[in-house]
Design a protein around this ligand. Structure first.
Ligand code: NAP
Ligand code: MG
Length: 451
């Protein structure tokens, strides 16, 4: 295969050239993981926890270098990358703690004693996208390793650099060889091979709904377990009784953060008609202050998109005159401005995941209308509700078909709380103790006490 040239999207310049893994290399990685599995699953829980804690400590020690590498490869602001590396370390701290807290039950039955065990699955394949490369990998690596599995991680070809650096740190931390393997190769080759491989017990996948559907189909052949974290088209619902200043100040970050390349992006802004004009003035003002530019410069809120290809796809969603269009730097870089467009929920910009800094602003009449519009989408990943009425907040929270929701906040992810989708945003939960269920199998053992 031709070598892989890795670009910096803010400069369009190459920053690394790598060899691509094909089928043979992927098979070698699976074989290494398979060979390392018996010894890894037999490591004493306290020792496995200790090793994961060392991984966390090394990520902390190298956080600045990892953050700079992520920023160079994804084009995201350095502040964002630093936050992500902090989360990566916290994820390993959390799952180090989880190792010894994940155990079975004794169940009262007639004629004996019944015990359950939480067994690892074996070799798991982890396939991740380019938008939060190491952070999303860590959400899978943490619970997978804590449960005693060995892994083959396939990063997106656009952004393989932090995964490779991480694999070095894992070795340095004392994780045995073969436990963490990274294959850098195209999804259509290395990814497909992981899905088909008979020795891979599970695929943990984050990416588009389209490829997720394909992963699920392929996994059926060997009855592989799958966890799918897919796309989103989340609503940010602004009620007339909200603190409009706070809601408007938070809205740009909720959709333009990571240049909109965020599965949790609140890319449909639903605004109650009675406050539409007032809110839009505040929103335009807040959006015009969102700083787009050099990701390495302190204070930058948004960098470029990931690639020229992706920019073309995003641009196709903006037709006619937007409500607001921000500024971008001159010169090289895959820049795209923060854009607010007036829409109905039927428009493509409101139905499809744009995955760029484009927000569809949609008016609604009352609470019932808001819930109807918010739920009228094939996706169900995240969302926000802004209101000062506590009963309404809880009523609407219960009515929305979404896996993750925040009230008077943009916050989507925390290390300790479950994250995942409803509907075509996928299934399975990452983070918190919930994720341990996705990387283990329950074994039930009955012991007769009959004489
Ligand atoms: P993607 O095209 O689905 O790719 C995701 C990963 O799958 C990449 O590593 C890709 O490899 C690989 N892949 C592609 N085709 C494959 C195939 N036929 N078999 C096996 N693997 C294959 O998604 P993306 O464009 O990178 O990322 C954007 C999408 O991810 C968005 O839809 C977004 O919503 C979603 N996302 C979801 C979450 C979540 O937690 N729910 C989080 C972040 C992103 P290559 O790219 O190397 O070919
Ligand atoms: Mg793709």
């Amino acid at each position: 295969m031709t070598p892989l040239e890795v670009l910096n999207p803010a400069t369009e310049k190459p920053i690394a050239t790598l060899e691509r893994a094909g089928i043979e290399e992927t098979d070698r990685a699976v074989a290494a993981a398979r060979a390392a599995y018996p010894a890894w699953r037999a490591v004493k829980p306290a020792d496995r926890a200790r090793l994961l804690r060392r991984v966390a400590a090394l990520v902390e020690e190298h956080a600045d270098g990892l953050a700079r590498l992520e920023t160079a490869n994804v084009g995201k602001p350095l502040g964002d990358s630093r936050w992500e590396m902090g989360m990566v370390a916290d994820v390993f701290h959390f799952y180090a703690g989880a190792v010894e807290k994940h155990y079975g039950d004794t169940i009262p039955v007639a004629g004996g004693v019944d015990l359950t065990f939480r067994e690892p699955l074996g070799v798991v394949g982890l396939i991740v996208p380019w938008n939060f490369p190491l952070m999303l990998a860590s959400w899978k690596l943490g619970p997978a390793l804590a449960c005693g599995n060995t892994v083959v991680l396939k990063p997106a070809e656009l952004t393989p650099l932090t995964a490779l650096r991480f694999s070095e740190l894992a070795l340095e931390a004392g994780i045995p060889e073969g436990v963490v393997n990274v294959v850098v190769g195209p999804g259509s080759v290395a990814g497909e091979r992981l899905i088909a491989h008979p020795d891979v017990a599970k695929i943990g996948f984050t990416g588009s709904t389209e490829v997720g559907r394909h992963v699920m189909e392929g996994a059926a052949k060997t009855i592989k377990r799958v966890t799918l974290e897919l796309g989103g088209k989340s609503a940010n619902v602004i009620f007339e009784d909200a603190d409009l200043e706070r809601a408007a100040a938070a809205a740009p970050g909720a959709v333009f953060g990571n240049a909109g390349q965020d599965c949790c992006a609140r890319s449909r802004i639903l605004v109650q008609k009675s406050v539409y004009d007032r809110f839009m003035k505040l929103l335009v003002d807040a959006t015009s202050k969102f700083r787009v530019g050099d990701p390495e410069q302190e204070g930058t809120d948004m960098g470029p998109l990931i690639s020229a290809d992706h920019r073309r796809k995003v641009a196709a969603f903006v037709n006619g005159t937007p409500l607001f269009k921000g500024k971008v730097p001159d010169g090289d870089g895959f820049w795209f401005p923060c854009t607010l467009v007036a829409a109905t929920n039927e428009d493509p910009v409101a139905r499809e995941e744009v995955f760029g800094p484009v927000a569809a602003v949609i008016p609604f009449t009352d609470e019932e209308d808001a819930v109807r519009i918010a739920n009228d989408t094939p996706y169900g990943l995240s969302g926000s509700i802004w209101t000062r009425n506590g009963a309404r907040a809880l009523r609407v929270a219960r009515a929305l078909e979404t896996g993750v929701l925040s009230i008077n906040s943009n916050s989507s992810v925390r290390v300790t709380t479950p994250f995942g989708g409803f509907k075509q945003s996928g299934f399975g939960r990452e983070l918190g103790m919930h994720a341990m269920a996705g990387y283990s199998e329950v074994k039930n053992v009955f012991i007769s006490t009959e004489a």
